[in-house]
Design a protein around this ligand. Structure first.
Ligand code: HEM
Length: 174
């Protein structure tokens, strides 16, 4: 269960369900670092970008590595919500975080119980996903990651969703 927590947390670091979030300043404000925010300004933070910042996560920031959330004994180590802002932080932090995590664990447990998983099938599935993704990418613009593994493509919106090539809207590749 510690590894499952780590894998889910790591998945949302790279693919946060809420990729960006904005606020409207109701009054003049000055942040602890001295930044002045004018009344009526919109201020946004982007968990999608924050999850890929080398300054926050190190040089392997683009790698999917659940182990970064585990200590030497395999125990899950949460990080500051101001660094991992997937559920926001502070007084308006997501109230459903624990329920969301529980629901995802139930989903994973339900799915896993229907499959027999072996290392060879994991390697084959990841190879097939990479081939499918390569076929979909006509341009070779790099998101900084390596070319191995499955890279979901999303439509930009308040909540992330899978992008369909038939949809007539702007999109970007994760
Ligand atoms: C992976 C799933 C979820 C993610 C990533 C997520 C993320 C967030 C984020 C970023 C906010 C801050 C929004 C803002 O104020 O700008 C938020 C707020 C909130 N979330 Fe979630 N959420 C998730 C699931 C849930 C679930 C399942 C529930 C309820 C059962 C829930 C209930 C709430 C509530 C009530 C707030 C408002 C808290 C407040 O403003 O005081 N969330 N969530």
């Amino acid at each position: 269960m510690h590894y499952l927590d780590a894998a889910m947390t790591e998945s949302m670091r790279l693919y946060p369900p809420v990729p960006f979030d904005s606020k409207l300043a109701m009054e003049e404000d000055t942040w602890p670092d001295g930044t002045h925010i004018h009344k009526d300004s919109v201020v946004a933070y982007a968990p999608y970008a924050m999850g890929r910042m080398e300054q926050l996560w190190g040089s392997d920031c683009l790698e999917f590595k659940p182990e970064r959330w585990l200590d030497d004994n395999g125990v899950f180590q949460p990080q500051s919500p101001y660094k991992y802002a997937v559920f926001q932080a502070g007084q308006r932090v997501c109230l459903g975080k624990e329920l969301a995590m529980l629901q995802m664990k139930l989903l994973v447990a339900t799915l896993v119980s229907h499959f027999t998983i072996s290392m060879s099938s994991i390697a084959a599935a990841s190879e097939a996903a990479a081939d499918a993704q390569d076929a979909q990418d006509d341009d070779d613009d790099d998101d900084g990651g390596d070319d191995d593994g499955f890279k979901p493509t999303y439509e930009i919106s308040l909540t992330h969703q899978e992008w369909s090539p038939s949809a007539n809207s702007s999109s970007y590749s994760g």
